[in-house]
Design a protein around this ligand. Structure first.
Ligand SMILES: [Zn+2]
Length: 335
């Protein structure tokens, strides 16, 4: 070990002196400032000097779905002027929000990669691993489906299935396809069955009609919807009825956000290198299951071409400290 080595080490330390989250934050603000949507939002801020996440939360104004709708109506831009690249996106999905006009989500390779990484971590937290079969009963425009496999989506490359060496089987997410969903379960016996929440009741009805005992065919059910979730009470009622664990997966599609309930601690895990999640402090708080819940704000670190800086979601939750053995550093959310 000569002096040269030490000097190089010293330089590396200096370069990393800015914490990764601060670097991510600065990069995202820079990207945001390129898009007309955020340029307008940033305009009233006198000095856009944001040295840390506390300042970020204080200075950067949140945005809502309604603002995106207004922007789309005024400008006619399908992405509400959030897209900040000169070149067109590789893919665009219509968002499932019931808005008029409809909103679209533009994606490039980097966004697809980060978003698929979030789904892969959700699958992994659910215990999915090499050789497992996974059934999905959801629309092709749901990230639960289109991020599952590179064979479903152009430009995706590796989906969650390829990353974990699992086999995905997909059924179209309309409720009158419940009969086929039951047949798929009987035939392939998936470890996990992902189901969109509005197909849950029709599926249960069909499973009853076919005298299907879910516990004979699947290990667990994961129920998903965009910006919505089963209540704890619904969850436990359905768990008793079906005889299998039910986990809730949270989708906030406009922010390219995914999180899933952990089988161990029963809180949703989220990852600080992908997202920054905040509780809105000044909002009316609500008590759910004996705990305070307020709206969640989502910042997405990986989608740099269509930035999400502090999206005010319709999901109420409360942030919990890390500490679950299934992901000791993961931030956790109770919903
Ligand atoms: Zn956990």
């Amino acid at each position: 070990m000569g002096f040269g080595h030490n000097l190089r080490d010293f330089r590396i330390v200096r370069r990393n002196f800015l914490k990764p989250e601060i670097r991510r934050m600065k990069r995202l603000i820079q990207r945001g400032a390129v898009s007309p949507f955020y340029r307008r939002k940033f305009k009233p801020i006198k000095k856009l000097r944001v040295p840390d996440l506390e300042t970020f939360s204080r200075k950067i104004p949140p945005f809502t779905l309604e603002e995106l709708v207004e922007e789309k109506t005024a400008s006619g831009d399908p992405y509400s002027l959030r897209w900040c690249e000169k070149k067109s996106p590789l893919l665009a999905f219509q968002l499932e929000y019931d808005t008029e006009p409809r909103l679209y989500l533009p994606l490039d390779r980097l966004a697809l990669k980060g978003y698929a990484e979030a789904l892969t971590r959700c699958w992994s937290l659910l215990g999915l691993a090499r050789g497992d079969r996974v059934a999905i009963f959801d629309y092709g425009t749901s990230p639960v489906t289109y991020l599952a496999s590179g064979s479903y989506t152009p430009y995706l490359g590796r989906g969650a299935a390829e990353a974990l060496a699992c086999t995905p089987i997909c059924n179209d997410g309309v409720s009158n396809m419940s009969q086929r969903a039951v047949e798929i379960l009987k035939t392939i016996r998936p470890r996990i069955f992902f189901l969109r929440s509005d197909c849950l009741q029709p599926f249960i009805h069909q499973a009853d009609a076919a005298a299907l005992r879910c516990s004979d065919y699947i290990g667990a059910l994961v129920v998903t919807e965009s910006e919505g979730a089963l209540s704890r009470m619904e969850q436990s009622t359905f768990e008793k009825k079906l005889g299998v664990p039910i986990y809730r997966m949270l989708r906030i599609d406009v922010a390219m956000f995914l999180a899933v309930e952990c089988p161990h601690c029963r809180l949703l895990h989220t990852w600080r290198d992908l997202y920054f999640v905040e509780n809105r402090q000044d909002a009316d708080e609500e008590i759910v299951d004996g705990a305070v819940r307020s709206p969640l704000l989502i910042t997405n670190w990986f989608a740099l071409s269509c930035p999400t800086l502090r999206y005010l979601s319709q999901i109420r939750g409360s942030l919990k400290a890390p500490g679950c053995p299934h992901g000791p550093h993961d931030q956790r959310i109770a919903i």
